[in-house]
Design a protein around this ligand. Structure first.
Ligand SMILES: [Fe+2]
Length: 183
């Protein structure tokens, strides 16, 4: 599937603009990870872009979320490695990530939330003015963006990346598409 087609399907299935932006942010981080790790940028990007495609269809029900999405991707002919990454990014199914693609989606999914929330507390609410050190500081404040699992971000270690390195990569990737993210 081409990226344009994938984005069209995201738009068809997701009405909440913030959720679309979360998927775009996840895509951007996945692409940056793929480049840095010598993996397939298009494949990793598509996995990030499509990963929450079923969130509104399943009405946020974590028991079905990502199972439905995986089935949709399978029906669209996506490769099984992408399907499995989407399936296991939701821990509720008890399928732990194994491949690099699976770990990449798992940790990127959480990092978007930390970076977005850091931008939103800036006076100008802009990603451009977010410094790496402020994201690192916010990471350590447990009460900040409390819904963002630090443990999940830490799984970047399974890709051979240190947390700070990963945060830096994610921040740059999201700053690169700041306009699309409206941040
Ligand atoms: Fe997500």
């Amino acid at each position: 599937m081409q990226r344009g087609e994938a984005l069209k399907r995201v738009r068809e299935n997701v009405g909440n603009e913030n959720l679309v932006k979360h998927m775009l942010a996840t895509e951007a981080i996945m692409r940056a990870l793929a480049i840095s790790l010598g993996e397939d940028e298009e494949r990793w990007g598509l996995t990030g872009l499509l990963h929450d495609i079923d969130m509104e269809i399943c009405d946020g029900d974590m028991e079905t979320h990502s199972k439905i999405g995986a089935q949709m991707l399978r029906e669209w002919g996506m490769d099984e490695d992408v399907v499995k990454a989407v399936l296991c990014h939701n821990e509720a199914h008890g399928v732990e990530a194994e491949s690099r693609l699976e770990w990449a989606l798992f940790c990127s999914d959480a990092l978007t939330g930390l970076i977005t929330t850091t931008a939103l507390v800036r006076p100008d609410k802009k990603l451009a003015s977010v410094e790496l050190r402020s994201v690192k500081k916010k990471y350590k404040e447990k009460g900040f963006a409390a819904g963002v699992s630090r443990e999940q971000i830490e799984t970047c270690k399974n890709l051979g990346l240190e947390r700070d390195e990963f945060i830096e990569l994610g921040l740059k990737a999201m700053q690169g598409i700041a306009e699309e993210l409206g941040l």
